[in-house]
Write a protein that binds this ligand. Structure first.
Ligand SMILES: Cc1cc2nc3c(=O)[nH]c(=O)nc-3n(C[C@H](O)[C@H](O)[C@H](O)COP(=O)(O)OP(=O)(O)OC[C@H]3O[C@@H](n4cnc5c(N)ncnc54)[C@H](O)[C@@H]3O)c2cc1C
Length: 435
Protein backbone atom coordinates (compact mmCIF):
# COMPACT_ATOMS: atom_id res chain seq x y z
CA UNK A 1 0.00 0.00 0.00
CA UNK A 2 1.80 3.19 -1.13
CA UNK A 3 0.14 5.41 1.45
CA UNK A 4 1.14 3.23 4.37
CA UNK A 5 4.18 3.82 6.62
CA UNK A 6 5.40 1.84 9.58
CA UNK A 7 6.68 5.08 11.06
CA UNK A 8 5.55 8.52 10.15
CA UNK A 9 7.31 11.65 11.39
CA UNK A 10 5.56 14.98 10.99
CA UNK A 11 7.94 17.96 11.09
CA UNK A 12 11.28 18.08 9.27
CA UNK A 13 13.05 20.56 11.53
CA UNK A 14 16.15 19.51 13.43
CA UNK A 15 13.92 17.62 15.91
CA UNK A 16 12.17 15.47 13.28
CA UNK A 17 15.39 14.83 11.35
CA UNK A 18 17.30 13.74 14.43
CA UNK A 19 14.45 11.35 15.32
CA UNK A 20 14.90 9.77 11.88
CA UNK A 21 18.65 9.60 12.30
CA UNK A 22 18.38 7.85 15.68
CA UNK A 23 15.79 5.39 14.37
CA UNK A 24 18.04 4.54 11.41
CA UNK A 25 20.96 3.91 13.75
CA UNK A 26 19.05 1.06 15.36
CA UNK A 27 18.75 -2.42 13.86
CA UNK A 28 15.17 -2.57 15.21
CA UNK A 29 13.89 -0.17 12.56
CA UNK A 30 15.64 -1.97 9.68
CA UNK A 31 13.27 -2.70 6.77
CA UNK A 32 10.54 -0.49 8.24
CA UNK A 33 9.00 2.07 5.92
CA UNK A 34 9.66 5.53 7.34
CA UNK A 35 8.18 8.72 5.92
CA UNK A 36 8.74 12.34 6.91
CA UNK A 37 6.17 15.05 6.21
CA UNK A 38 6.50 18.83 6.43
CA UNK A 39 4.33 21.70 5.35
CA UNK A 40 7.33 23.64 3.99
CA UNK A 41 8.98 23.05 0.63
CA UNK A 42 12.37 22.45 2.29
CA UNK A 43 13.50 20.81 5.52
CA UNK A 44 14.79 22.93 8.43
CA UNK A 45 11.83 24.58 10.17
CA UNK A 46 13.28 27.33 12.36
CA UNK A 47 16.70 26.81 10.78
CA UNK A 48 17.05 28.76 7.53
CA UNK A 49 20.41 29.79 6.09
CA UNK A 50 20.47 32.54 3.50
CA UNK A 51 23.37 33.25 1.14
CA UNK A 52 24.46 36.88 0.75
CA UNK A 53 26.54 37.92 -2.28
CA UNK A 54 27.07 34.28 -3.20
CA UNK A 55 29.27 33.37 -0.23
CA UNK A 56 28.55 34.80 3.24
CA UNK A 57 25.77 33.01 5.14
CA UNK A 58 23.09 34.83 7.13
CA UNK A 59 20.99 32.74 9.49
CA UNK A 60 17.35 33.82 9.49
CA UNK A 61 16.64 31.45 12.38
CA UNK A 62 19.07 29.61 14.68
CA UNK A 63 22.55 31.14 14.54
CA UNK A 64 24.83 30.14 17.39
CA UNK A 65 25.62 27.44 19.93
CA UNK A 66 27.84 27.03 22.93
CA UNK A 67 29.79 23.77 23.48
CA UNK A 68 29.45 24.29 27.26
CA UNK A 69 25.65 24.72 27.16
CA UNK A 70 24.76 22.61 24.13
CA UNK A 71 26.82 19.38 24.23
CA UNK A 72 24.40 17.31 22.10
CA UNK A 73 24.41 19.92 19.37
CA UNK A 74 28.19 20.28 19.57
CA UNK A 75 28.49 16.51 19.08
CA UNK A 76 26.17 16.62 16.07
CA UNK A 77 28.18 19.45 14.48
CA UNK A 78 31.47 17.67 15.13
CA UNK A 79 30.13 14.43 13.65
CA UNK A 80 28.92 16.26 10.54
CA UNK A 81 32.44 17.43 9.66
CA UNK A 82 30.94 20.78 8.62
CA UNK A 83 33.10 23.85 9.29
CA UNK A 84 32.47 26.09 12.25
CA UNK A 85 34.07 29.24 13.66
CA UNK A 86 33.99 31.42 16.74
CA UNK A 87 30.72 33.32 16.97
CA UNK A 88 31.96 36.85 17.65
CA UNK A 89 29.06 38.53 19.41
CA UNK A 90 29.91 38.05 23.06
CA UNK A 91 31.11 41.63 23.35
CA UNK A 92 28.26 44.09 23.76
CA UNK A 93 28.48 47.87 23.51
CA UNK A 94 26.14 49.66 25.94
CA UNK A 95 25.21 53.22 26.75
CA UNK A 96 27.65 54.75 29.23
CA UNK A 97 27.62 53.11 32.63
CA UNK A 98 24.63 50.82 32.06
CA UNK A 99 26.82 47.73 31.68
CA UNK A 100 28.30 48.09 35.17
CA UNK A 101 24.91 48.96 36.65
CA UNK A 102 23.32 45.91 35.07
CA UNK A 103 26.07 43.65 36.32
CA UNK A 104 25.93 45.03 39.86
CA UNK A 105 22.12 44.87 39.99
CA UNK A 106 22.02 41.26 38.84
CA UNK A 107 24.74 40.24 41.25
CA UNK A 108 23.31 42.05 44.26
CA UNK A 109 19.72 40.86 43.72
CA UNK A 110 20.47 37.21 42.97
CA UNK A 111 20.54 36.10 46.67
CA UNK A 112 16.92 37.38 46.97
CA UNK A 113 15.61 35.22 44.09
CA UNK A 114 14.47 32.51 46.51
CA UNK A 115 12.13 34.96 48.22
CA UNK A 116 10.29 35.74 44.94
CA UNK A 117 9.65 32.38 43.26
CA UNK A 118 6.47 33.51 41.44
CA UNK A 119 7.26 37.17 40.77
CA UNK A 120 7.86 38.42 37.28
CA UNK A 121 11.40 39.70 36.70
CA UNK A 122 10.01 43.23 36.42
CA UNK A 123 8.16 42.94 39.76
CA UNK A 124 11.23 41.41 41.37
CA UNK A 125 13.61 44.19 40.27
CA UNK A 126 10.93 46.87 40.90
CA UNK A 127 10.59 45.61 44.47
CA UNK A 128 14.18 46.74 45.14
CA UNK A 129 14.76 49.57 42.63
CA UNK A 130 11.32 51.00 41.88
CA UNK A 131 9.39 50.49 38.65
CA UNK A 132 11.02 53.06 36.36
CA UNK A 133 14.60 52.15 37.35
CA UNK A 134 13.75 48.47 36.97
CA UNK A 135 12.29 49.03 33.49
CA UNK A 136 15.35 51.02 32.42
CA UNK A 137 17.84 48.47 33.64
CA UNK A 138 15.94 45.46 32.25
CA UNK A 139 15.56 47.13 28.85
CA UNK A 140 19.34 47.45 28.70
CA UNK A 141 19.63 43.65 28.36
CA UNK A 142 18.31 43.95 24.78
CA UNK A 143 15.55 41.37 25.31
CA UNK A 144 11.96 42.71 25.46
CA UNK A 145 10.72 39.38 26.81
CA UNK A 146 12.45 40.09 30.12
CA UNK A 147 9.83 42.79 30.80
CA UNK A 148 6.84 40.46 30.29
CA UNK A 149 4.64 39.36 33.22
CA UNK A 150 5.08 35.68 32.20
CA UNK A 151 8.86 35.81 32.65
CA UNK A 152 9.69 35.03 36.25
CA UNK A 153 12.84 36.34 37.89
CA UNK A 154 14.42 32.86 37.81
CA UNK A 155 13.62 32.49 34.10
CA UNK A 156 15.14 35.91 33.41
CA UNK A 157 18.37 35.05 35.23
CA UNK A 158 18.56 31.85 33.19
CA UNK A 159 18.01 33.73 29.92
CA UNK A 160 20.71 36.29 30.79
CA UNK A 161 23.13 33.50 31.73
CA UNK A 162 22.60 31.52 28.53
CA UNK A 163 22.78 34.20 25.84
CA UNK A 164 26.10 35.31 24.36
CA UNK A 165 25.29 39.04 24.50
CA UNK A 166 24.48 39.00 28.23
CA UNK A 167 26.46 36.08 29.71
CA UNK A 168 29.20 38.57 30.66
CA UNK A 169 27.12 39.64 33.67
CA UNK A 170 27.10 36.15 35.12
CA UNK A 171 29.24 33.17 36.08
CA UNK A 172 28.94 31.99 32.44
CA UNK A 173 31.11 34.85 31.16
CA UNK A 174 33.78 32.46 29.84
CA UNK A 175 31.43 30.29 27.77
CA UNK A 176 32.52 29.94 24.18
CA UNK A 177 30.12 30.40 21.23
CA UNK A 178 30.41 28.94 17.74
CA UNK A 179 28.53 29.08 14.46
CA UNK A 180 28.39 27.00 11.28
CA UNK A 181 30.32 28.97 8.66
CA UNK A 182 28.48 27.30 5.76
CA UNK A 183 25.11 27.59 7.50
CA UNK A 184 23.06 25.13 9.55
CA UNK A 185 20.97 24.33 6.47
CA UNK A 186 24.00 22.29 5.35
CA UNK A 187 23.67 20.19 8.49
CA UNK A 188 19.94 19.67 7.95
CA UNK A 189 20.57 18.83 4.28
CA UNK A 190 23.14 16.26 5.34
CA UNK A 191 20.66 14.61 7.74
CA UNK A 192 18.04 14.54 4.99
CA UNK A 193 20.42 12.98 2.43
CA UNK A 194 21.55 10.31 4.93
CA UNK A 195 17.91 9.44 5.60
CA UNK A 196 17.04 9.31 1.89
CA UNK A 197 20.03 7.06 1.23
CA UNK A 198 18.64 4.68 3.87
CA UNK A 199 15.24 4.61 2.10
CA UNK A 200 13.34 7.24 4.08
CA UNK A 201 10.84 9.10 1.93
CA UNK A 202 10.23 12.85 2.34
CA UNK A 203 6.88 14.36 1.49
CA UNK A 204 7.26 18.12 1.61
CA UNK A 205 4.54 20.74 1.15
CA UNK A 206 2.21 18.44 3.09
CA UNK A 207 0.36 20.19 5.91
CA UNK A 208 -1.07 17.81 8.47
CA UNK A 209 -4.72 18.70 9.10
CA UNK A 210 -5.93 15.95 11.44
CA UNK A 211 -5.14 12.52 12.88
CA UNK A 212 -7.65 9.76 13.68
CA UNK A 213 -7.06 6.39 15.30
CA UNK A 214 -8.19 3.39 13.23
CA UNK A 215 -7.46 0.01 14.82
CA UNK A 216 -3.69 -0.15 15.38
CA UNK A 217 -3.03 2.60 12.84
CA UNK A 218 -3.19 6.37 12.72
CA UNK A 219 -4.96 7.94 9.76
CA UNK A 220 -3.43 11.28 8.82
CA UNK A 221 -5.08 13.85 6.54
CA UNK A 222 -2.79 16.28 4.77
CA UNK A 223 -3.43 19.21 2.50
CA UNK A 224 -1.07 19.16 -0.47
CA UNK A 225 -1.29 21.63 -3.35
CA UNK A 226 -5.00 22.17 -2.81
CA UNK A 227 -5.82 18.45 -2.46
CA UNK A 228 -6.46 16.39 0.65
CA UNK A 229 -4.30 13.28 0.94
CA UNK A 230 -4.83 10.48 3.43
CA UNK A 231 -1.97 8.47 4.85
CA UNK A 232 -1.93 5.53 7.30
CA UNK A 233 0.89 4.92 9.77
CA UNK A 234 1.43 2.34 12.48
CA UNK A 235 3.58 4.68 14.59
CA UNK A 236 3.56 8.46 14.65
CA UNK A 237 6.01 11.02 15.97
CA UNK A 238 4.91 14.66 15.97
CA UNK A 239 8.06 16.80 15.77
CA UNK A 240 6.23 20.12 15.61
CA UNK A 241 6.14 22.86 18.27
CA UNK A 242 3.27 23.28 20.76
CA UNK A 243 1.56 26.07 18.74
CA UNK A 244 1.32 23.69 15.74
CA UNK A 245 0.10 20.83 17.95
CA UNK A 246 -2.69 23.07 19.26
CA UNK A 247 -3.99 23.63 15.71
CA UNK A 248 -4.67 19.89 15.24
CA UNK A 249 -7.57 17.78 16.54
CA UNK A 250 -5.30 16.19 19.18
CA UNK A 251 -6.66 18.01 22.23
CA UNK A 252 -3.29 19.62 22.93
CA UNK A 253 -2.16 20.20 25.64
CA UNK A 254 -4.93 18.65 27.81
CA UNK A 255 -4.57 15.11 26.39
CA UNK A 256 -0.77 15.25 26.53
CA UNK A 257 0.44 17.01 29.63
CA UNK A 258 -0.80 18.99 32.61
CA UNK A 259 1.31 21.98 31.52
CA UNK A 260 0.53 25.12 29.51
CA UNK A 261 2.63 26.54 26.68
CA UNK A 262 3.17 29.94 25.12
CA UNK A 263 5.21 31.51 22.37
CA UNK A 264 6.83 34.83 21.45
CA UNK A 265 7.60 36.36 18.06
CA UNK A 266 11.14 37.06 16.85
CA UNK A 267 12.34 39.30 14.04
CA UNK A 268 15.68 39.57 12.24
CA UNK A 269 16.44 42.37 9.77
CA UNK A 270 19.61 42.21 7.61
CA UNK A 271 21.13 45.14 5.71
CA UNK A 272 24.07 45.27 3.34
CA UNK A 273 26.05 48.33 2.25
CA UNK A 274 28.68 49.09 -0.40
CA UNK A 275 31.22 49.76 2.35
CA UNK A 276 31.63 48.37 5.86
CA UNK A 277 31.44 51.90 7.36
CA UNK A 278 31.04 50.50 10.90
CA UNK A 279 34.71 49.44 10.88
CA UNK A 280 35.73 53.08 11.40
CA UNK A 281 33.36 53.28 14.36
CA UNK A 282 35.07 50.30 16.04
CA UNK A 283 31.89 48.21 15.86
CA UNK A 284 33.14 45.28 13.77
CA UNK A 285 32.04 41.94 15.26
CA UNK A 286 30.36 43.71 18.18
CA UNK A 287 26.74 43.91 19.22
CA UNK A 288 25.36 47.36 20.00
CA UNK A 289 22.51 47.46 22.52
CA UNK A 290 19.95 50.05 21.40
CA UNK A 291 17.28 51.70 23.52
CA UNK A 292 14.89 51.72 20.54
CA UNK A 293 13.06 49.02 18.53
CA UNK A 294 16.32 47.83 16.90
CA UNK A 295 17.30 46.48 20.37
CA UNK A 296 20.42 44.51 19.37
CA UNK A 297 22.49 45.50 16.33
CA UNK A 298 25.22 43.11 15.13
CA UNK A 299 28.01 44.22 12.80
CA UNK A 300 29.23 41.07 11.05
CA UNK A 301 32.87 41.48 9.88
CA UNK A 302 32.80 43.61 6.69
CA UNK A 303 29.70 41.79 5.42
CA UNK A 304 26.40 42.94 6.86
CA UNK A 305 24.48 44.55 9.69
CA UNK A 306 21.74 42.64 11.48
CA UNK A 307 19.20 43.69 14.06
CA UNK A 308 17.51 41.00 16.13
CA UNK A 309 14.46 41.61 18.27
CA UNK A 310 11.80 39.73 20.22
CA UNK A 311 8.29 40.26 21.59
CA UNK A 312 7.10 43.89 21.38
CA UNK A 313 9.90 45.05 19.06
CA UNK A 314 9.40 42.03 16.76
CA UNK A 315 5.74 43.00 16.45
CA UNK A 316 6.74 46.64 15.78
CA UNK A 317 8.81 45.53 12.77
CA UNK A 318 6.06 43.22 11.48
CA UNK A 319 3.59 46.13 11.73
CA UNK A 320 6.07 48.45 9.99
CA UNK A 321 6.29 46.01 7.08
CA UNK A 322 2.51 45.88 6.87
CA UNK A 323 2.62 49.64 6.23
CA UNK A 324 4.94 48.99 3.26
CA UNK A 325 8.61 48.31 2.71
CA UNK A 326 9.40 52.02 2.35
CA UNK A 327 7.98 52.73 5.82
CA UNK A 328 9.96 49.80 7.22
CA UNK A 329 13.23 51.01 5.66
CA UNK A 330 12.61 54.60 6.67
CA UNK A 331 12.12 53.46 10.29
CA UNK A 332 15.22 51.25 10.17
CA UNK A 333 17.30 54.19 8.89
CA UNK A 334 15.95 56.64 11.42
CA UNK A 335 16.42 54.30 14.40
CA UNK A 336 19.97 53.51 13.24
CA UNK A 337 20.80 57.21 12.91
CA UNK A 338 19.43 57.76 16.45
CA UNK A 339 21.73 55.23 18.02
CA UNK A 340 24.92 55.31 15.93
CA UNK A 341 27.72 57.86 16.44
CA UNK A 342 27.41 59.24 12.89
CA UNK A 343 28.21 62.86 13.86
CA UNK A 344 25.04 64.14 12.24
CA UNK A 345 25.83 62.43 8.94
CA UNK A 346 23.04 60.38 7.29
CA UNK A 347 23.31 56.61 7.26
CA UNK A 348 25.14 55.41 4.10
CA UNK A 349 22.71 54.11 1.44
CA UNK A 350 21.38 50.60 2.08
CA UNK A 351 22.42 48.36 -0.81
CA UNK A 352 20.13 45.39 -0.14
CA UNK A 353 18.03 44.08 2.71
CA UNK A 354 16.03 41.07 3.78
CA UNK A 355 14.26 40.04 6.94
CA UNK A 356 12.29 37.29 8.62
CA UNK A 357 9.45 37.60 11.10
CA UNK A 358 8.84 34.42 13.11
CA UNK A 359 5.33 34.60 14.66
CA UNK A 360 6.18 31.59 16.88
CA UNK A 361 9.93 32.10 17.16
CA UNK A 362 10.29 30.91 20.76
CA UNK A 363 8.00 28.28 22.29
CA UNK A 364 8.10 27.35 25.93
CA UNK A 365 6.32 25.78 28.89
CA UNK A 366 4.79 28.32 31.26
CA UNK A 367 5.89 26.38 34.35
CA UNK A 368 9.66 26.33 33.85
CA UNK A 369 10.48 24.96 37.28
CA UNK A 370 8.25 21.94 36.75
CA UNK A 371 9.66 18.50 36.04
CA UNK A 372 8.45 18.47 32.48
CA UNK A 373 8.72 15.25 30.45
CA UNK A 374 11.19 15.71 27.58
CA UNK A 375 8.80 14.01 25.14
CA UNK A 376 5.02 13.62 25.38
CA UNK A 377 2.84 10.57 24.84
CA UNK A 378 -0.82 10.65 23.81
CA UNK A 379 -3.28 7.96 24.87
CA UNK A 380 -3.47 6.83 21.21
CA UNK A 381 0.28 6.13 21.30
CA UNK A 382 1.39 9.24 19.37
CA UNK A 383 4.74 10.58 20.56
CA UNK A 384 5.55 14.31 20.47
CA UNK A 385 8.89 16.10 20.73
CA UNK A 386 9.94 19.75 20.79
CA UNK A 387 12.60 21.96 22.34
CA UNK A 388 9.66 23.55 24.24
CA UNK A 389 9.45 20.41 26.42
CA UNK A 390 12.99 20.80 27.73
CA UNK A 391 14.99 23.17 29.88
CA UNK A 392 16.69 24.20 26.60
CA UNK A 393 13.56 25.66 25.03
CA UNK A 394 14.41 28.07 22.19
CA UNK A 395 17.66 26.22 21.49
CA UNK A 396 18.49 23.47 18.98
CA UNK A 397 19.93 21.57 21.96
CA UNK A 398 16.40 21.24 23.36
CA UNK A 399 15.11 19.77 20.08
CA UNK A 400 17.90 17.18 20.12
CA UNK A 401 17.24 16.17 23.74
CA UNK A 402 13.51 15.82 23.10
CA UNK A 403 14.02 13.93 19.81
CA UNK A 404 16.37 11.53 21.58
CA UNK A 405 13.67 10.74 24.14
CA UNK A 406 10.94 10.43 21.47
CA UNK A 407 12.96 7.99 19.36
CA UNK A 408 14.00 5.96 22.43
CA UNK A 409 10.32 5.57 23.34
CA UNK A 410 9.47 4.35 19.87
CA UNK A 411 12.44 1.96 19.71
CA UNK A 412 11.47 0.56 23.11
CA UNK A 413 7.95 -0.06 21.81
CA UNK A 414 9.24 -1.65 18.61
CA UNK A 415 11.47 -3.99 20.59
CA UNK A 416 8.51 -5.43 22.51
CA UNK A 417 6.73 -8.61 21.32
CA UNK A 418 3.83 -7.74 18.97
CA UNK A 419 1.01 -8.78 21.32
CA UNK A 420 2.38 -6.58 24.11
CA UNK A 421 3.04 -3.58 21.87
CA UNK A 422 -0.11 -1.73 22.95
CA UNK A 423 0.60 -2.00 26.68
CA UNK A 424 2.34 1.35 26.91
CA UNK A 425 -0.24 3.21 24.85
CA UNK A 426 -1.68 4.96 27.84
CA UNK A 427 -1.32 8.51 29.04
CA UNK A 428 2.00 8.59 30.83
CA UNK A 429 4.30 11.06 32.46
CA UNK A 430 7.69 10.19 31.12
CA UNK A 431 11.02 10.35 32.81
CA UNK A 432 12.76 13.69 32.54
CA UNK A 433 16.18 14.18 31.06
CA UNK A 434 17.74 17.52 31.72
CA UNK A 435 21.18 18.21 30.37
C1 LIG B 1 15.00 33.81 14.98
C2 LIG B 1 15.42 32.57 15.73
C3 LIG B 1 16.70 32.54 16.27
C4 LIG B 1 17.13 31.38 16.93
N1 LIG B 1 18.42 31.34 17.40
C5 LIG B 1 18.90 30.18 17.88
C6 LIG B 1 20.28 30.05 18.14
O1 LIG B 1 21.05 30.99 17.94
N2 LIG B 1 20.73 28.85 18.61
C7 LIG B 1 19.90 27.78 18.82
O2 LIG B 1 20.36 26.72 19.24
N3 LIG B 1 18.57 27.89 18.56
C8 LIG B 1 18.06 29.04 18.08
N4 LIG B 1 16.74 29.14 17.75
C9 LIG B 1 15.84 28.02 18.11
C10 LIG B 1 15.94 26.87 17.11
O3 LIG B 1 15.78 27.35 15.81
C11 LIG B 1 14.85 25.86 17.45
O4 LIG B 1 15.00 25.46 18.80
C12 LIG B 1 14.91 24.61 16.60
O5 LIG B 1 15.23 24.89 15.26
C13 LIG B 1 13.56 23.92 16.69
O6 LIG B 1 13.59 22.74 15.91
P1 LIG B 1 12.34 21.77 15.89
O7 LIG B 1 12.61 20.75 14.86
O8 LIG B 1 12.07 21.29 17.27
O9 LIG B 1 11.09 22.68 15.48
P2 LIG B 1 10.90 23.50 14.13
O10 LIG B 1 12.19 23.96 13.57
O11 LIG B 1 9.87 24.52 14.43
O12 LIG B 1 10.33 22.41 13.11
C14 LIG B 1 9.00 22.00 13.10
C15 LIG B 1 8.61 21.66 11.68
O13 LIG B 1 7.25 21.23 11.69
C16 LIG B 1 6.62 21.72 10.53
N5 LIG B 1 5.18 21.75 10.79
C17 LIG B 1 4.51 22.47 11.71
N6 LIG B 1 3.19 22.22 11.64
C18 LIG B 1 3.03 21.29 10.67
C19 LIG B 1 1.89 20.63 10.12
N7 LIG B 1 0.65 20.86 10.56
N8 LIG B 1 2.09 19.75 9.11
C20 LIG B 1 3.34 19.49 8.63
N9 LIG B 1 4.44 20.09 9.11
C21 LIG B 1 4.29 20.98 10.12
C22 LIG B 1 7.24 23.09 10.31
O14 LIG B 1 7.12 23.50 8.95
C23 LIG B 1 8.69 22.85 10.72
O15 LIG B 1 9.51 22.52 9.61
C24 LIG B 1 16.27 30.27 17.09
C25 LIG B 1 14.97 30.33 16.55
C26 LIG B 1 14.56 31.45 15.86
C27 LIG B 1 13.19 31.48 15.25
Amino acid sequence: MTNYSDICIVGAGIGGLSCVSRLLNSAISKNLRIRVFDLDATVGGRIQSWKINGDEIAELGAARYSPQLHPHFQQLMQGSGLPHAIYPFTQAVFDDGVQEELKETLLSLSPMLKEHPNDSFLDFVSHYLGASEATRIIKATGYDALLLPIITAAMAYDIIKTHPETQDFTENAANQWLYATDGYSGLLGQLQRQAQAAGVEFRLEHRLLSVEKSGDDHVLSFSHMGDTQVHRARHLIMAVPPSAMARLNLDFPAAWSPFQYDFLPLFKGFLTFDEAWWQELGLTDKVLMADNPLRKIYFKSDKYLLFYTDSKSATYWRDSLELGEEVYLQRVRSHLEDVLPLNGQPLPPIKAHFYKHWPHGVEFCLEPEAEHPTALLHQDGIIACSDAYTAHCAWMEGSLISARQASSLLLERLSQPAEASNDDDTFATLTTERA
